[in-house]
Write a protein that binds this ligand. Structure first.
Ligand code: PLP
Length: 404
């Protein structure tokens, strides 16, 4: 049975919502976008939500609103997608990479160690003094599984660092420090939380993103910068309630969300809980079936403190038990018609960062150990039980065939 890595299933209601938006004659940022922002802010209990045309744009504008400048230092996980690092470079600021923990998230102990070394003007992995000002930290919730936010917020507060959460994977993910505390949605811990609605994310608008924040000044700055630095967007200018007049107050960007995308996003919001439920069912089924395989390390779970969005189901191969490497394992999955993915080659190993700074192999032990053995199995709401079964059977048969 063929199992794609991901397949969208857009219901009729979503198609109707998009059609209605097109028929309305208002295609770009307008009422649908405002409605999507209001609904998203409500879901997260945030004072403000600003829709963007990608999560990358939202991360960029969050750092811009935070006043990041050339030479500033921003702490970023090395185990993350390109976007988390590149937005720091947009300012000619310096990404200070931090190693991951066992859940592939930023390791708080390593974060603190790095901050202390920088404050003491000592070299850290890939970088040497003199350092610019240490300004912000961008924890990323890998696969929608929470970073240790209690520790990260403590460290950030003690060191006067702004927290911008890369919550691209976390619609929705939850964290609490212990069983007696309330669950809190990921993306609501830092000064801003940024989400992705890229095609294969938990909810999708094709391309799109959202920033949430409780800080009014930050929200206003982000809003203005999504649209050329204009102090009035088109919706405010061209509707009967609006005025034609606007001023440019900064050299902004073209990062606004279209109403067509927002129409899809609004409809997707109706399914957040059912998507989460289905993803959780699939993850539970994978764990049940694959837990007996000693060649497979399953995702870390701590049900007392974390509820993952299960954007990813990320396994790691215990390579010492297998006669094949990760690449061959993925090829073998493909030969069994199951498509897999990989998240990620750590940023400090990417040629750009190696050429630009002193980053190289041998600097981040956990990330370097884990990326070589990581595989993301298919997990998407439209995945059938038969497809879940086919994925498990493929993994089992490969482990059996290539067990040492
Ligand atoms: C962790 C992480 N951050 C940011 C992004 C960027 O999202 P977008 O494609 O919406 O810009 C992604 C996209 O895959 C991601 O995985």
């Amino acid at each position: 049975m063929k199992v794609p890595y991901f397949r969208v299933a857009i219901p009729e209601s979503a198609i109707e919502s998009v059609n209605e938006s097109i028929r309305s004659g208002w295609l770009t940022t307008g009422k649908k976008t405002k409605d999507f922002e209001t609904r998203f802010a409500g879901y997260y209990g945030a004072s403000h939500a600003i829709a963007t045309n990608s999560c990358t744009a939202g991360l960029h504008l969050s750092l811009e609103a935070a006043g990041i400048q050339q030479g500033d230092l921003v702490l970023v996980p090395t185990m993350t997608f390109a976007a988390t690092g590149e937005v720091v470079r947009y300012f000619d600021a310096v990404p200070v990479f931090v190693d991951c923990d066992d859940a592939m998230n930023m390791d708080p102990a390593k974060l603190e160690e790095t901050i202390h070394a920088i404050r003491a003007n000592k070299p850290v992995a890939g970088l040497e003094p003199p350092y610019g000002p240490l300004k912000a930290v961008m924890p990323m919730h890998y696969g929608g599984y929470a970073c240790d936010m209690q520790e990260i917020m403590r460290i950030a507060n003690e060191n006067d660092l702004l927290v911008i959460e890369d919550a691209a994977h976390a619609v929705p993910g939850y964290y609490r420090p212990d069983e007696s505390s309330e669950w809190q949605l990921l993306g609501t811990f830092g000064k801003a939380g940024v989400f992705s609605f890229y095609a294969n994310k938990c909810i999708s608008t094709g391309e799109g993103g959202m920033v949430i924040t409780d800080d009014e000044k930050m929200a206003e700055r982000i809003r203005v910068m999504t649209l050329h630095g204009m102090n009035r967007d088109a919706w405010k200018r061209y509707t009967s309630a609006g005025s034609w007049y606007y001023e440019i107050i900064a050299p902004g960007y073209k990062y606004n969300m279209t109403d067509i995308a927002a129409a899809l996003g609004l409809d997707e919001m109706d399914r957040i809980e059912t998507y989460l439920q289905r993803r959780t069912e699939i993850a539970t089924a994978y764990v049940e079936r694959l837990r007996r395989l000693d060649a497979i390390q399953l995702p870390v779970q701590d049900p007392a403190t974390r509820r993952s969005s299960w954007h990813l189901f990320s396994i790691r191969l215990n390579l010492e038990k297998l006669s094949i490497d990760r690449a061959t394992f993925i090829d073998e999955m493909k030969a069994r018609e199951v498509m897999c993915s990989m998240h990620w080659l750590p940023l400090h190993l990417m040629p750009y960062y190696r050429n630009e700074y002193g980053y190289d192999y041998g600097l981040f032990e956990n990330a370097e150990r884990d990326w070589k053995r990581q595989i993301s199995l298919p997990i998407f709401p439209a995945q059938t039980d038969e497809q879940v079964d086919a994925v498990c059977s493929a993994v089992e048969s490969i482990v059996e065939a290539f067990h040492k």
